[in-house]
Design a protein around this ligand. Structure first.
Ligand SMILES: [Zn+2]
Length: 449
């Protein structure tokens, strides 16, 4: 049935910012018209006093972390980024079983939709539940009605069998992907993969025509490891392996040097910037302005709220560099939607115009000052937040109505999540810190360039 979001102000584009007013008519999953609509029999949702925007895209997420919120921590405090992995995330991922993979995806997906995020680009790890894990995540997100681009994080840190299983899991998902889910080939990071494992990932990505989704230079340890083991920087290693191209997605790029920045820009790869995660892990500032127009925004597992993430990207960026403006934030959100659009073969994703996929968010935002295309960035950074999200439409289907999920028994699933989280935390408690660590050169040893 046709759907009309009636009588709101409509952000038809974030880059460049553009506004229209009137009705958004949705038919067969797509925007049919913006302006006046006369479609008898269509379901009408009153949006007067509201702002209708394209759904937000989270370009780098870890849904498997959703049940770690509030998890107790009893070990010595981590003193470095690598210790955060060894003592927190590489214990949590090994504790995940089939049920906690599904419920983490549901909890993280629900959180994202209720915050106005309609597409999640996820990077998943569950070393003791590799096979079928992406299907479980796709199933949980499918039940919610969210759009996703999934991958399994291939790594050698849990042994060669699991590395091979990870590659196969990417292949399996890519072969089955359709509907609201697509895929990439996931690689953890340079410092946890051998040359042959990396080559195996590149081969599958080439074979299936997708890009590699990998953490790059999140911490200096990644660069030091690559220099020590291979005599080259991380980006050079990825270039030589054939892992860098227009379809690749590089998360973080905090410690890339000038030559690597030039290489990344030249390759046309996407770079996922995760400002809140970078602050939380104290890894440093990414050179986002230099990394250019393909910088997109991710939450890195913190939550699914791109209003909060984009504002943090502005505050954090602007503090150090006045060229990071509210309009820069809008352009990054638009780029994130283009990334998702490429994965789905939908170049109009992220715009509200005839033919675009109907991924739409209705915000209860009746601004106290005039709203124009010129000041939309100011309203975004200083006014809008996830608290304004009222209704969410994905692929033409209403998945959040009046701040409630429309699919599934929400209260019952939330209770199941809490029970599952307690069991998960107990299992994590029994798992020691991971023994894997990046290559650490002896003091005084020359670092190769
Ligand atoms: Zn990440």
């Amino acid at each position: 049935m046709a759907l009309v979001l009636a009588g709101g102000s409509v952000v038809t584009s974030l880059d460049p910012p553009a506004l229209a007013s009137g009705d958004v008519l949705v038919e067969e999953g797509r925007v049919a018209s913006v302006g006046t609509s006369r479609t008898p029999g269509a379901e009408r949702v009153d949006c007067s006093g509201c702002l209708v925007i394209p759904g937000n895209v989270c370009a780098h997420h870890h849904l498997y972390s959703a049940l770690a919120r509030g998890m107790p921590y009893r070990l010595d405090p981590p003193a470095s980024f690598v210790q955060i992995l060894q003592r927190v995330w590489w214990r949590l991922d090994r504790a995940l079983d089939a049920e906690s993979v599904w419920l983490s995806a549901w909890a993280g997906g629900a959180d994202a939709l209720l915050a106005g995020t309609t597409t999640i680009v996820d990077h998943h790890a569950s070393p003791n539940q590799v096979e079928g894990s992406l299907e479980r995540i796709a199933d949980a997100l499918g039940q919610l009605g969210a759009r996703s681009v999934l991958c399994y994080e291939v790594t050698d840190r849990d042994g060669p069998e699991r590395a091979a299983a990870g590659i196969e899991e990417n292949r399996r998902h890519l072969a089955a992907a359709g509907g609201l889910t697509r895929g990439m080939v996931g690689v953890h990071a340079s410092f946890t993969v051998s040359e042959s494992t990396l080559a195996g990932c590149v081969e599958v990505a080439r074979e299936l025509g997708v890009g590699i989704h990998v953490h790059v230079a999140e911490d200096a340890a990644d660069e030091l490891d690559s220099e020590s083991r291979f005599g080259k920087r991380v980006v050079a290693r990825l270039v030589e392996a054939g892992a860098l191209g227009p379809g690749s997605l590089l998360a973080h790029c905090v410690h890339v040097d000038e030559r690597e920045v030039a290489s990344v820009v030249e390759s046309g790869a996407w770079v996922a910037h995760n400002s809140r995660s970078n602050m939380n892990n104290r890894v440093g500032r990414a050179p986002v302005a230099a990394l250019g127009e393909r910088v997109v925004l991710g939450t890195d597992g913190i939550d699914g709220d791109l209003f909060a993430e984009s504002k943090a990207a502005y505050w954090r960026g602007h503090e150090a560099d006045p060229s990071i403006t509210p309009e820069w934030v809008l352009a990054r959100l638009a780029a994130s939607a283009r990334l998702a659009g490429e994965a789905f073969g939908e170049p109009l994703l992220g715009r509200i115009e005839p033919g675009a996929p109907a991924d739409l968010v209705v915000l209860g935002y009746d601004p106290p000052t005039p709203l124009t295309p010129e000041n939309l960035g100011g309203h975004w950074v200083f006014g809008l937040s996830a608290r304004h999200v009222r209704d969410v439409v994905v692929n033409g289907e209403v998945v959040v109505a009046d701040r409630r999920l429309t699919h599934g028994p929400e209260a019952e699933l939330r209770e199941r999540c809490r029970v599952c989280a307690e069991e998960l935390w107990r299992r994590v408690d029994e798992i020691p810190p991971h023994a894997f660590h990046p290559f650490e050169p002896k003091e005084g040893r020359l670092r190769c360039r």
